[in-house]
Design a protein around this ligand. Structure first.
Ligand code: GLC
Ligand code: CA
Length: 532
């Protein structure tokens, strides 16, 4: 795979909260352009932007009203085209967020689809043929349309499901995946992708990628066929374009045509059949939960045993077992994407100290695959307890404005504090970029430094080999090999002797203390040591 993902490190931007350039209190596209050098300076050479399209914002933009128009609060399409150009000048790449499974109930397609008279869009969404009947497996809405039928939802009430067909249709109103209606939906989505790719976008993060075909089987046979078809379009017409799935099942997502897939750290919110269909991960990934944030209960919660916690962390074995299996299945075919967190999950600072975070990120950025960092995690921004905004609910606290410097709105915006999108961290010790820049041992500078190590060494990038050297049940240290490097991590508060032979090697990067001693490694408390 000779492509730009080989050394890609992504930065996720929630546009409304990143940087406001016109004093209206809402982050904008020009704000992202203005901060490209900051992002590049961090060591991130690629960006994923959450939906920035015209929308009623009942799910913060995941309810798209017009796929081809930038929401006016973020600027214009021209602003976005300019951002693509400025990114490319810096050898950076930009993924937009594609929301293929549903639109807003205000999308023109839906407004036409809900009319009783048959028209071009009658089959664009999933409708039953009776105003009182739906299906037990999926949520639906009755009594809202002119049309004599109910329509199916993909997520919130405002997000009707687009019609990609059913795997084995059972009712006469259910289309098959190769039916004219299902094909028309698929082609419409390809047209949206072409539109942005033609304007310079480098690919997509795909929302709820496993959700397209209804009544799909466990292998996601139906949904996979659709993505394989879309991948064919990319390979033929946009060979540089890349897609990352929100699927959380890398072997299946990559088989379906994705270049990479996230391993999500969703806390366990009542894994219904619906959630399983959509994200396809819950039950299987419990150990991943434990590993990243440990949040196995309500969102967010403090009863966690994340591997990186000094005092009550778990061992690495549960995570490693899952990871190794995914890695073996996907190696050479596509990438696993580990992430600090995202706009749907609790910021890791919620239950980890900056030191714990520095170990966490150092691990993340020295693993294979393509890593993602959520804006603000590089300075350890907090999760804030806030009332819901634009359908955020428990997620709102992870979506607050970026903290650039001390002073008004922490440098996010010149608008009046009462007008900004969400409040900024109000505590005196709210971390900021400006302050962390001055402190050589800050989280921000640790991130920069480990990303520089990755950038300078192909062995530590996406394709470099990975081998576990030491991982034992009930033991805290973990050692692994990346190409010619040996890495030892000890998240505990005590010095540990790790039976890994690093004799004759040099320490090239470290947090805390550690050295080779005979045929083992002495790893100090909360340490991370890279031997070359
Ligand atoms: C994805 C998005 C989330 C959104 C949902 C519905 O999970 O990440 O923010 O609410 O899909 O589109
Ligand atoms: Ca603005």
């Amino acid at each position: 795979m000779g492509d730009w993902l080989k050394n890609a490190v992504f930065y996720e931007i929630y546009p409304q909260s990143f940087y406001d350039t016109n004093e209206d209190g809402i982050g904008d596209i020009n704000g992202i352009t203005a901060k490209l050098d900051y992002i590049k300076g961090l060591g991130c050479n690629a960006i994923w932007i959450n939906p920035c399209y015209d929308s009623p914002m009942k799910d913060a933009g995941y309810d798209v009203r017009d796929y081809k128009k930038v929401a006016s609060r973020y600027g214009t399409n021209e602003d976005l085209y300019r951002l693509f150009g400025e990114a490319h000048k810096r050898d950076m790449h930009i993924l937009l967020d594609l929301v293929p499974g549903h639109t807003s109930e205000e999308h023109e397609w839906f407004l036409k689809s809900q009319k009783q008279d048959p028209n071009e869009f009658s089959g664009r969404y999933i409708w039953s043929t009776h105003a009182f009947w739906g299906s037990h497996d999926y949520p639906y809405i009755g009594g809202e349309s002119e049309r004599n039928g109910v329509y199916f939802l993909n997520f919130f009430k405002c997000q009707p499901a687009l019609n990609y067909g059913w795997l084995n249709p059972k009712e006469d109103w259910q289309d098959g995946i190769d039916s004219p209606n299902a094909i028309a939906t698929r082609e419409a989505m390809k047209d949206v992708m072409r539109f942005w790719l033609d304007h310079g976008c480098d690919g997509f993060r795909v929302d709820m990628a496993a959700s397209l075909v209804k009544n799909d089987d466990e292998e996601k046979t139906g949904t996979s066929k659709i993505w394989q078809d879309i991948r064919k379009m990319l390979d033929e017409d946009y060979p540089e374009a890349r897609m990352v799935a929100e699927w959380s099942d890398p072997p299946r997502a990559i088989r379906a045509g994705y270049h990479m897939d996230f391993v999500l750290n969703h806390p366990g919110h009542g894994y219904s059949k619906l959630a399983r269909d959509y994200y396809n991960h819950p039950e299987d990934n419990k150990d991943m939960d434990k590993f990243f944030t440990g949040q196995t209960g309500e969102d967010p919660c403090l009863t966690d045993h994340s591997y990186f916690r000094k005092d009550d962390g778990a061992d690495i074995t549960a995570f490693l077992k899952d990871y190794q299996e995914m890695y073996d299945k996907t190696k050479g075919k596509g990438y696993i994407s580990l992430l600090t967190c995202n706009h749907d999950t609790t910021r890791p600072r919620f239950n980890m100290t900056p030191r714990e975070l520095s170990l966490y990120y150092s691990f993340l950025f020295t693993m294979p695959g393509v890593p993602f960092m959520y804006y603000g995690d590089e300075i350890g921004m907090r999760y804030l307890n806030l009332p819901t905004k634009e359908g955020g609910y428990g997620r709102t606290g992870s979506r607050t404005p970026m903290q650039w410097k001390k002073g008004k709105n922490l440098g996010f915006s010149d608008a009046s504090p009462s007008d900004i999108y969400l409040p900024v961290d109000w505590r005196d010790d709210a971390p900021t970029v400006e302050e962390e820049e001055k402190d050589p041992s800050s989280l921000l500078n640790t991130v920069r430094s480990v990303l520089k190590l990755r950038a300078d060494n192909e062995d530590l990038q996406s394709d470099g080999s990975f081998e576990s050297l030491y991982a034992k049940e009930g033991q805290r240290p973990f050692a692994y090999k990346r190409g010619g490097f040996i890495i030892v991590i000890n998240p505990s508060g005590q010095e540990e002797t790790v039976p890994v032979d690093a004799s004759g090697r040099k320490v090239v990067w470290q947090i805390g203390n550690g050295q080779a001693e005979g045929s083992s490694v002495k790893a100090g408390p909360q340490s991370f040591i890279v031997f070359a």
